[in-house]
Design a protein around this ligand. Structure first.
Ligand code: NDP
Length: 318
């Protein structure tokens, strides 16, 4: 894994359209493919806002978009990329297979659906969205399909999401390709050191979802006892010391520790803010103070939960 330093455009130009010369920092995945370390997430981005958010992000300098079949906005992600005028080859597209499409043939078909909606012929990274531990035979068959897609060049890299170390071990008993990425809930209140360590031991890049703690504050069925990491005093103090925002400090914490992060926003100012993280460094004691905020408890769903019928909703063809 290698971090490459580059220059990043910091702010969105007032007229909203200008090409910013940018080299984003990249990670080299375990198969040699290079992935921009910082991407735009689009979970809960309404379809009608997604194309504009993607277009804005690409203008600001992002070169990596993280979507999923289950988000219902792959079509608008493709539209935003085309509208940006940036070459398809210069954008790293990551998407996910939902468990209702697990199984060998089903997952090959999920690739067809996602590429059709995105309007592309190849995906940069295709990952299994959930372990679905109670359906793990289908999970393994789905991963075998990812291996086929990789061998055929229909995807450039494959991986998983929400996999515990035990689930990765179980997968590796049957798989031949080590996942390139494990995308997991990861923010200062749930930094999952054991999973990070297990991923690193296998050469898997850990990618943070809810990297600025969205799952600790946005509305949803995740409970009232959540504590909003965006309002954390330690992070506020570190942010003030650097003249940065709490979101920028959290993103920088991920990047300096070798993780990929995919913050979501549909707001142009916040999209730019979240990318303006390449001009400062957190000191090791600041990184340690953020690490110490870990509560050991997720705010989002338990990765080991059972997948019942109601969660196996169908992913539309178009
Ligand atoms: P994030 O940590 O990215 O937080 C997003 C929330 O923060 C939104 O409410 C956003 O609102 C707000 N926000 C964004 N930027 C700022 C800022 N600078 N200051 C204050 N608030 C801000 O949470 P997500 O859960 O969305 O995670 C990011 C991505 O990870 C997802 O979009 C998705 O791609 C992926 N993901 C994957 C999951 C999985 O199971 N694999 C689960 C969840 C997410 P606004 O848009 O108004 O700016």
């Amino acid at each position: 894994m290698r971090l490459q330093r580059g220059n990043a455009g910091a702010s969105l130009p007032p007229e909203g359209r200008r090409t910013v010369a940018v080299v984003t920092e990249e990670l080299t995945l375990n198969n040699g493919v290079r992935m921009p370390v910082l991407g735009l997430g689009v979970f809960q981005s309404a379809p009608e806002q997604t194309a504009a958010a993607v277009e804005t992000a690409l203008q600001v300098g992002y070169r990596h978009i993280d979507t999923a079949a289950a988000y219902g906005n792959e079509r608008q992600v493709g539209e935003g990329i085309r509208r940006s005028g940036i070459d398809r080859a210069d954008v790293f597209i990551e998407t996910k297979v939902w468990p209702s499409d697990y199984g060998y043939d089903e997952t090959l078909h999920a690739w067809e659906k996602s590429t059709r909606k995105l309007g592309v012929e190849q995906l940069d990274l295709l990952i299994l969205h959930q372990q679905a531990a109670n359906l793990f035979d289908r999970t393994i068959a789905a991963y075998r399909a990812l291996e086929t897609l990789l061998a055929d060049g229909r995807v450039r890299a494959i991986g998983v999401s929400n996999f515990t170390p035990a689930a990765i071990d179980r997968l590796m008993d049957a798989a031949t390709v080590v996942p390139a990425v494990n995308q997991i809930e990861l923010h200062p209140y749930h930094s999952q050191p054991a999973t990070q360590k297990a991923d690193a031991a296998l050469g898997i890049v850990t990618q943070a979802w809810s990297p600025i703690g969205g799952i600790t504050f946005y509305p949803g069925p995740w409970g009232d006892e959540r504590r909003n990491v965006m309002q954390d005093d330690t992070i506020a103090a570190i942010a003030a010391a650097h003249g940065k925002t709490p979101a920028q400090v959290m993103i920088r914490w991920h990047l300096q520790q070798g993780r990929s992060a995919i913050p979501k926003s549909t707001n142009p100012g916040r999209i730019a803010e979240n990318f303006d993280v390449f001009d400062f460094d957190l000191a090791s004691d600041e990184l340690a103070r953020i690490d110490a905020l870990d509560t050991g408890r997720e705010s989002g769903p338990d990765p080991d939960r059972e997948f019942g019928e109601q969660m196996l909703f169908p992913i539309p063809e178009d």
